[in-house]
Design a protein around this ligand. Structure first.
Ligand SMILES: [Mg+2]
Length: 316
């Protein structure tokens, strides 16, 4: 193949050179081209690609805060939907079944079907079914027990009396926690064969209307500490939960982002699962969260800012 005419930058040395120099020029040309391609690609990426092509969106603290609306959230969700990004609401909430979350969202002007929401209890029920763990001690809010249809639900009294237990499932029981209940779970977990300790998320605390309130993680940690059991976490920040969410969306972790107000469960959890983490400064966010050594890929004041950022990245 005939050698191509060297570009201007190389012509001077080419003009009075032969052999070795020509070979060096060819190498330089190739390097130059590779560099230009790199530069062009690097320059193109931020402009043409969005930060994510699929979104997982936390509910409490992002779309609403307890019983309060977050200003502009409903409009922001509508604008996100107009961008036609696949999205799934993912929540560690165990105090309400999905039907109640659908109603709550509708009350804030956000109409979504139940299938648009993924909660740990749904993933836990699938996990327990697939492992044929049928006899459950459910330490979850009343509403969440409905998710576990087709299982044998043992009362704490029956568990104390020695009924066989395949799994102890822990959710956010809030004010219903008592020492006796925690101790019943402890005794079950000390038996052989050992039941599984299943955690519906590992959220440490949440922002209740009257202030911060303990969530699921501290109680799971107490049981794990006392028994040496390794909890199976089926909510944020467990990679298995993010994987279940991505599977629902048919999205790849590398092109998906999690939007949340919990620096650990939402941001660190998502990043560990290979997603980007977008932190909102609403809900439980505290400025000190940014000093924990976890670096969100993006920090925004509220979900209201997100549609603008995503559409800019598409059109610029
Ligand atoms: Mg939250």
């Amino acid at each position: 193949m005939a050698p191509r005419r060297p570009p201007d930058i190389l012509r001077k040395s080419h003009a009075h050179s032969e052999g070795k120099t020509r070979a060096r020029d060819k190498r330089a040309l190739e390097e130059d081209l590779a560099e230009s391609i790199d530069a062009a690609t690097a320059g193109r990426r931020p402009g043409r690609r969005r930060i994510a092509d699929a979104l997982l969106i936390d509910l409490d603290g992002v779309v609403y805060r307890g019983d309060e609306r977050i200003d502009g959230a409903a409009e922001a969700i509508a604008r996100l939907d107009s961008l036609e990004l696949p999205r799934l609401f993912v929540t560690n909430t165990t105090s309400r079944p999905r039907a109640a979350l659908v109603e709550r969202l509708a009350g804030f002007g956000i109409e979504v079907p139940a299938d648009d929401i993924l909660a740990p209890a749904d993933v836990a029920a699938d996990w327990l079914k697939s492992r044929r763990r049928r006899k459950l001690l459910l330490l979850v809010p009343e509403a969440t027990t409905r998710v576990f249809t087709g299982f044998e639900k043992l009362s704490p009294a029956a568990a104390v009396k020695g009924a066989a237990v395949d799994a102890v499932v822990v959710g956010d029981l809030g004010r219903h926690w008592t020492f006796d209940l925690l101790n019943t779970a402890f005794r079950c977990l000390m038996r052989e064969p050992k039941p599984a300790l299943v955690a519906l998320g590992m959220t440490r605390y949440w922002h209740a209307p009257d202030g911060l309130r303990l969530d699921t993680a501290p109680f799971v940690a107490a049981l794990a500490q006392a028994t040496g059991a390794e909890p199976v976490v089926l909510g944020k920040p467990a990679p298995a939960f993010f994987a279940a969410a991505l599977k629902r969306l048919g999205a790849k972790a590398g092109r998906a982002a999690m939007v949340g107000d919990d620096i650990r469960a939402d941001i660190a959890g998502a990043q560990a699962a290979g997603l980007k983490g977008i932190l909102v400064r609403t809900g439980k966010f505290r400025p000190v969260d940014l000093e924990l050594g976890i670096e969100p890929d993006l920090v925004i004041d509220s979900i209201v800012d997100l549609p603008g950022i995503l559409s800019r990245r598409v059109s610029s």
